[in-house]
Design a protein around this ligand. Structure first.
Ligand SMILES: NC(=O)c1ccc[n+]([C@@H]2O[C@H](COP(=O)([O-])OP(=O)(O)OC[C@H]3O[C@@H](n4cnc5c(N)ncnc54)[C@H](O)[C@@H]3O)[C@@H](O)[C@H]2O)c1
Ligand SMILES: N[C@H](C(=O)O)[C@H](O)COP(=O)(O)O
Length: 344
């Protein structure tokens, strides 16, 4: 079976369209004598369906001087491999032509439409997985659409109360208890119920999607030195430890809560299959320091497979032909691998 993967390039003024074209062109450079790498994949062939404005992709390819053939996507046909230097495409029109490096609130509705179409297509099994390029959260909000991230939007579309954001760079996997939340709201958000839900989703995903039979999860404290016995904060004693004890009683292998600056050291990481950070900037700087450019963002707990890049819209280099598609390539490879495992 050839997995059919939806690809949303994201913010049209950012590097997303360039990355999509570059991803297709990896197949052009490698594909002719290496069929398995036909569309730049490390894990074999796939049908890659860009959900985007075709004119934006054509213009971007022309500006980059890269070949690109756009093949109309027909969901009624069985998925055939996307050939090198090509993308299948489901067209959605921009409201206004995009300018590289410039945000335009008029196109925020377009971005959301591509995401909604792709997510619905995953829910109704038109697609086997979804790979997302970077969006600009600010401009979508400026345009009047409350939006804190793909993760939260897809949970809402799927009607799921709790999902988990995890980024992976090789063997380092970092999941987050809270995602796109102002720092001053984090402490109140960390409840025993939240931790139990998040850790359960993380445990199940590591076991079922990453085939780690009895995963060990390292859990960070919230406060410096995990609260120093209550002298530097009491969330560890009052919320985190009781939640971990409850889950341990169910057989989960949990380490912590440990001070984050201890847990993120090589000897402790070697004991863990994943680390749970309490908030975005406790975990992601470590992950991105190690893996920026080839790490993958994976949403756990959705009823469909969703992976994404480890970076943002990079407006400062959009249109300069400097964007590296390593993370998009890794996200696609991860999605293909997960889709194949699910379909075994
Ligand atoms: N997956 C996503 O949708 C996603 C992820 C992270 C950030 N964002 C959003 O992106 C916007 C900009 O965020 P930011 O400026 O903090 O981070 P950013 O990742 O866009 O840029 C940080 C730095 O990394 C560089 N960079 C990023 N990706 C690159 C690539 N593929 N190749 C070469 N250089 C690259 C940029 O040029 C910049 O110097 C924000 O709105 C943020 O919310 C979206
Ligand atoms: N938190 C992510 C990061 O820093 O890479 C990023 O903002 C993307 O999140 P979503 O996949 O939820 O949009």
């Amino acid at each position: 079976m050839i997995p059919r993967i939806a690809l949303t390039p994201g913010e049209p003024g950012g590097i997303g369209p360039e990355l999509a074209v570059k991803l297709a062109s990896l197949g052009h450079e490698r594909g002719n004598n290496n069929h398995a790498a036909g569309n730049g994949l490390a894990h074999g062939p796939a049908q890659v369906v860009a959900i985007a404005d075709p004119e934006l992709l054509r213009t971007t390819a022309a500006q980059l001087g890269l070949p690109l053939r756009l093949i109309p996507f027909d969901p009624a046909q069985p998925p055939g491999e996307t050939p090198p230097a090509s993308l299948h495409v489901h067209p959605i029109s921009l409201a206004q032509p995009a300018v590289a490096g410039r945000l335009n609130p008029a196109n925020a509705g377009y971005v959301l439409e591509t995401l909604r179409f792709a997510a619905q297509g995953c829910l109704n099994r038109t697609f086997d997985a979804l790979v997302t390029g970077p969006v600009h959260k600010g401009i979508i909000n400026d345009a009047g659409f409350p939006f804190s991230g793909h993760t939260e939007l897809f949970a809402e579309i799927a009607g799921i109360e709790r999902v988990v954001m995890m980024l992976a760079a090789g063997e380092l996997r970092v999941a987050l208890a809270t995602t796109h939340l102002p720092l001053k709201e984090v402490s109140d958000a960390i409840t025993a119920e939240l931790l139990e839900q998040v850790i359960t989703i993380l445990h199940r995903s590591l076991r079922d999607q990453f085939r780690i039979p009895n995963p060990r999860i390292g859990v960070c404290g919230l406060n410096p030195h995990a609260g120093e016995g209550g002298h530097l904060g009491r969330e560890e004693i009052e919320v985190i430890e009781p939640a971990l004890d409850k889950l341990r009683a169910l057989g989960l292998r949990l380490l912590g809560p440990l001070p984050a600056d201890t847990l993120f050291t090589p000897p402790q990481l070697a004991r863990c299959d994943a680390v749970l950070a309490m908030y975005h900037d406790q975990g992601l700087p470590v992950l991105k320091f190690k893996g920026f450019g080839h790490a993958v963002n994976i949403t756990l707990g959705l009823p469909f497979i969703r992976t994404s890049v480890d970076h943002g819209t990079a407006l400062n280099i959009a249109g300069h032909n400097e964007a590296d598609c390593g993370s998009l390539r890794a996200a696609l490879a991860q999605a293909v691998q997960m889709a194949k495992l699910r379909n075994l």
